[in-house]
Design a protein around this ligand. Structure first.
Ligand code: F0G
Length: 425
């Protein structure tokens, strides 16, 4: 075996890094990428990452490939396909912190990635791997953001892309991106879970490389959200990382990143993970309440279409992440999500509805006494405000009665008096 290989988390088979199957070829279980721990110790590895901080050109300028030892060390720089991505800001906002509870709340804004969501971090690795194994085409099912990222990176790498999205349940910005970047886009009359099943089967029959978060290389890229925020905090871990949860790829990736960071000596303490679902799409939260005694499936309904998922594929991996980090899983209502979003948006930061679930969840956990006063919290804003413009206009212009943070536009005739009257109101 080389320094990186794939391990089936169901049957324990070890398969080479270059194997093109998105699942275990023996039992169809979920695969995990394993790396031999880097020879250098934690302090030296931190120094290596810190020395690359501020690199402006080439692969190491990417906030994913800066951590290449933890991502895909065997990929030669000339084979890597990157924009670059990552390098997203860790923001403070007194207004958001006041609403959510924890003073000093930090917001890791993944909406600042090239296609406007954290998916770019996984996709740079996934499409790089697709090219290394000689894939003819790439495919995914998506609630929108994965499709946008896949379409962009595939176009960048000159690979045909196929995306399957649930018709009528994809935010406009995301659908526009998939079309604009040239992916063959299938509007499936069904939900996301059905799209994923179909993409899985199609990838088998058509021989295209599946790049959903089933694919373990995607998760290697998404780990860098955690590595980058730890580096931004000078490798002093926060007490909590709060993340919205749908298909559970991020929850799983975060757990793996933290386990490796601890094992490799990058940090000496593991933060607790809080995974936040929308109440109408909360199979993972249901299982958590029962001590993960059984896996749930639901018919999902939420305004946060990105996390409108009823049968999350990375369930087993995410259970491990929550257990390993003494984490929690909760669900928040659509009203809480929309109010949190209005607060984040109104602070000039902006995010899409699914991202706001992290802020609503932070507030709920503080009120329930799970997050204690004085604890350091980083919440992940997963996507950009422009991804879902309809959710913004609905909240501010259409909801009746007007919700607490509604910013109703005022229609006027083209007269100065009307402007003056509107300003005074
Ligand atoms: N936030 C946003 C903005 C997302 O797009 C997603 C997932 C999540 C949170 C949840 O992350 O699935 O790793 O638990 N979007 C996927 C997609 C499903 O197809 O774009 P997760």
């Amino acid at each position: 075996m080389s320094d990186t290989w794939q391990l089936c988390t169901s049957c324990g088979s070890e398969i080479p890094e270059s194997d093109p199957h998105p699942r275990c070829p023996r039992c169809r279980g979920l695969l995990e990428v394993r790396h031999r721990p880097p020879a250098q110790g934690g302090a030296a590895l931190r120094a290596t990452f810190d020395a690359r901080w501020g690199v402006r050109q080439g692969v190491l300028a990417s906030g994913v490939w800066r951590y290449r030892e933890a991502v895909l060390p065997s990929a030669p720089p000339q084979d890597v396909l990157c924009y670059p991505e990552g390098n997203t800001p860790l923001l403070t906002s007194p207004a958001v912190a006041r609403w959510a509870g924890p003073t000093g709340l930090l917001l890791k804004h993944e909406g600042h990635n090239p296609t406007g969501s954290f998916k770019d971090r996984g996709m740079t690795v996934g499409v790089t791997q697709a090219r290394r194994i000689g894939a003819r085409a790439v495919a995914c099912a998506s609630t929108g953001n994965t499709a946008a990222a896949l379409a962009a990176y595939a176009a960048l790498g000159g690979l045909p892309a196929l995306v399957l999205v649930p018709k009528g349940h994809v935010a406009l910005g995301k659908l526009a991106q998939a079309l604009a970047y040239g992916a063959r886009t299938l509007l499936v009359r069904g939900n996301f879970d059905q799209c994923l099943e179909l993409a899985d089967q199609a990838s088998d029959r058509l021989g295209v490389y599946l790049l959903n978060s089933v694919n373990p290389f995607r998760l290697e890229g998404q780990k860098t959200i955690v590595l980058e925020l730890l580096q931004q905090l000078a490798w002093q871990p926060p007490d909590w990382i709060v993340v919205p949860a749908g298909n559970l790829g991020n929850t799983a990736a975060f757990g793996k990143a933290l386990a490796e960071a601890c094992e490799w000596g990058l940090i000496d303490r593991v933060p607790r993970l809080a995974a936040v679902q929308a109440e109408g799409a909360a199979p993972f939260a249901l299982s958590f309440r029962e001590g993960f005694a059984r896996r749930h499936r639901v018919e999902p309904h939420t305004v946060a279409t990105a996390i409108q998922i009823g049968n999350p594929v990375s369930y087993d991996r995410a259970v491990r992440a929550v257990r390993d980090t003494k984490g929690v899983v909760i669900a928040v209502t659509d009203d809480e999500i929309l109010e949190a979003k209005a607060v984040v948006d109104g602070a000039g930061i902006g995010c899409e509805p699914a991202s706001a679930a992290a802020i609503a969840g932070t507030r709920r956990l503080g009120r329930d006494g799970v997050i204690k006063a004085g604890e350091r919290v980083v919440a992940i804003l997963t996507g950009h405000v422009l991804k879902d413009p309809a959710s913004v206009t609905y909240y501010h212009m259409e909801r009746d009665p007007a919700p607490p943070h509604a910013n109703r536009p005022v229609e006027i005739d083209p007269h100065l008096d009307d402007v003056e009257r509107a300003m005074k109101r």
